[in-house]
Design a protein around this ligand. Structure first.
Ligand SMILES: C[S@@+](CC[C@H](N)C(=O)[O-])C[C@H]1O[C@@H](n2cnc3c(N)ncnc32)[C@H](O)[C@@H]1O
Length: 355
């Protein structure tokens, strides 16, 4: 079993013939074995509409405890925007994620700046690539657009751009990563393997994502502009250039996990999303042999059957009860890849599965 740690027995990370790196069994692993525990996410956000209903520390959902909301909070701006199920959770969050009150103060700053946002009347000050053909959007063009955004938003008089609800949630997600990195740099030993360097090792999906949804460049640059305006002086170095924001957004796509409630019916709600670094090396397979389970704020991965030595360990990103066309369409649309798993090959009757 590994815990936010380098890949050790009984699993290892190596290159697959079809989809970058993946995790493989280095010995026979019985069914129901706990393979990986991600103790806490590097970055996380609870959607604004669920903030009072989901504990900011352990992600417990008030509804499941037959309550409408949690009501434990901090007094003052240092605890702004976060609710807790218990005093213990509040104190744990304060010690682990909110030292110096930075997370809460940033949340308070976001709320304040939201009030001065105006709906856009004209085009955004950053040039758009929306009208370009996907294949023409190169990394160079994309870099230039970001450079232009940096210059635009560095101008003192540049007005704050309008952000919708999801974009503001993305701001809060980025804030959580910035605050974590700030503490990691002050206390590298405490960060352990849950480090910025480990996050950078995750697959970078920036250009794939922008080619698939060119309008997201405009959204991402406005989010960056907003962050620059709201950032506390101690955190300014992280947004002086767009490097850190781009690095996170490039990995946000395709590597994060939805934060779902624990409903056992099919009506489970997505309450937010989180970046669990060690969990992001599991590839998808339409016949998965691993499942994930959230236990409070930890994400745990278990085998769902006996696994042979050398077999790849995969979870499913989509509903594997769907037929092949539906599964592949969902993976292509939301994860930007053509599934290379054996089941797809078989159902599409493609021979010569890569070895
Ligand atoms: C969460 S990451 C998994 C780890 C990734 N392979 C890596 O090298 O970091 C998801 C990405 O892995 C690749 N991938 C995962 N499952 C795949 C599959 N069944 N077929 C093809 N590519 C896959 C895709 O590029 C996808 O965006």
């Amino acid at each position: 079993m590994i815990s936010e740690a380098p890949m050790t027995s009984p699993i290892c990370l190596r290159t697959t013939p079809y989809g970058g790196r993946g995790l493989f069994a280095t010995e026979q692993i019985p069914k129901d074995t706990l393979l990986v525990t991600c103790d806490s996410p590097y970055a996380t956000v609870i959607f604004k509409k669920f903030r009072k209903e989901v504990c900011g520390n352990c992600f417990a959902y008030a509804f499941e405890a037959r309550k409408n909301t949690w009501n434990i909070k901090y007094d003052g701006a240092e605890g702004s925007g976060v609710w807790f199920c218990t005093v213990e959770c509040r104190d744990a969050w304060a010690a682990e994620q909110n030292a110096e009150g930075l997370q809460g103060l940033m949340n308070a700053g976001v709320e304040k700046l939201v009030k001065s946002m105006k709906r856009p009347k004209g085009p955004c000050p950053v040039s758009s690539i929306e009208s370009m053909r996907p294949e023409d959007i190169t990394l160079e063009i994309h870099d230039l657009a970001w450079k232009h955004a940096e210059e635009t938003y560095a101008r003192p008089g540049c007005p704050v751009q309008y952000l919708d609800e999801l974009e503001l949630d993305t701001v809060r997600f980025l804030v959580s990563a910035i605050v974590r990195r700030y503490f990691e740099e002050r206390n590298p030993l405490a960060a352990g393997s849950l480090s910025w360097a480990a996050l950078l090792q995750l697959q970078n999906n920036e250009i794939l994502h922008i080619r698939s949804r060119p309008y997201m460049l405009d959204s991402h640059t406005r989010i960056y502009g907003f962050l620059r305006k709201v950032v506390l002086p101690v955190l300014q170095p992280y947004v002086k250039t767009s490097e850190m924001v781009r690095a996170i957004l490039a990995r946000d796509q395709g590597n994060v996990f939805g934060l779902w409630d624990m409903a056992t019916t099919g009506d489970s709600e997505m309450l937010g999303w989180s970046m669990y670094v060690s969990g992001a090396y599991f590839n998808h397979d339409c016949s998965p042999n691993v499942c994930k389970k959230r236990i409070q704020k930890s994400l745990c991965f278990f085998t769902t059957r006996d696994v042979d030595i050398g077999e790849e360990l995969c979870i499913s990103y989509v509903d594997v009860k769907d037929e092949v066309a539906g599964r592949r369409a969902a993976l292509s649309e939301n994860w930007y890849f053509d599934c290379g798993c054996k089941r797809c090959h078989k159902e599409l009757e493609i021979e010569d599965y890569p070895k």
